[in-house]
Design a protein. Structure first.
Length: 296
């Protein structure tokens, strides 16, 4: 199971979310046939967006769409997140899942090169029932994902935030994946900040800690320098779930208009639509398309 937990440190003056997403990212790697580089990028992206499902989604009908377009060879990265009380439900897609770049000089995967940094991170909060939305748009910093989301929290949310994301890959697939997000509460002291900074300097990477089999509580203790972290919630999960359906795709077809549907009928006599998030294929025959025309 993927595991997510929320904590308070330093007597409630520091909040944090920690996640082990190893199984989730392995599922994404297999579903989208990702390379090592795109696995690292999409794994980081799915992890941080899934964690934000627990911090930014307040109502059951809310959902968040995340888009990164850095004009790199991967193209657009998209994540849509919904949640219930204990589960963050993530689905992701990318324009080109097969990008692979040479390792960087430090031997690490070149996620920033694959994503690109000449573009934006766009975060759209929506509610289906009351039809409201909030749009946050910030320029990308590096394309390395964690730095870009840190910039979003600083610029759009005015919240000092530390984000770390990591995906460790071996010849068999995803060995370890996870992340953490630390935020200072309004009453955080300079001493609290100093303790967290010192702890982070000495902490191993998140992917290393997860590969070592550490608990999320131990991760929280390690990155905050507080042995007495308080657990707010630990029975949390993050799963891959696509909510596509034939009915939703019918609405999408209707939205393109009578002229385009008529053109499809004349030129192809059918429409086969594949969901970019789960690869489910939906077939619409000529009769199906003509029935849609009659409804319009």
């Amino acid at each position: 199971m993927n595991r997510v937990a929320k904590f308070l440190a330093h007597e409630g003056r520091v909040s944090l979310v920690c996640a082990n997403t190893t199984e989730l990212v392995e599922e994404i790697r297999n579903l989208h046939d990702l390379t090592p580089t795109t696995t690292a990028a999409m794994g980081r992206f799915a992890t941080i967006t899934g964690m934000m499902g627990f911090t930014d989604i307040k109502e059951k009908d809310d959902y968040i769409t995340f888009q990164i377009n850095g004009n790199g060879p991967m193209g657009r990265l998209i994540s849509v997140v919904r949640r219930d009380s204990t589960t963050s439900k993530v689905k992701v897609c990318v324009d080109d899942p097969h990008v692979e770049l040479p390792l960087k000089s430090n031997g690490k995967l070149d996620v920033g090169g694959a994503v690109g940094k000449n573009g934006f991170l766009n975060i759209i909060n929506k509610n289906d029932v009351i039809d409201t939305n909030y749009n946050g748009l910030v320029p990308l910093v590096s394309g390395e994902i964690a730095e870009d989301f840190t910039e979003y929290f600083a610029k759009s949310k005015q919240k000092p935030t530390v984000i770390a994301l990591g995906v460790l890959i071996n010849k068999d697939g995803v060995k370890a994946s996870g992340g953490y997000m630390i935020q200072l509460m309004p009453d955080a002291t300079e001493e609290d900040i100093s303790k967290v900074e010192k702890a982070l300097e000495n902490a191993p990477s998140i992917s290393q800690m997860i590969s070592e089999g550490r608990s999320l509580e131990n991760v929280a203790q390690t990155i905050t320098g507080d042995e007495d972290v308080m657990i707010l919630a630990q029975e949390l999960d993050m799963i891959y779930e696509c909510d596509c359906s034939r009915e939703k795709l019918e609405k999408s077809l209707i939205s393109i208009g009578k002229k385009e549907i008529t053109k499809i009928i004349k030129e192809d006599g059918k429409a086969d639509i594949i969901c970019h998030f789960c690869n489910e294929k939906y077939h619409f025959s000529k009769e199906d398309l003509e029935a849609l025309l009659e409804e319009m």
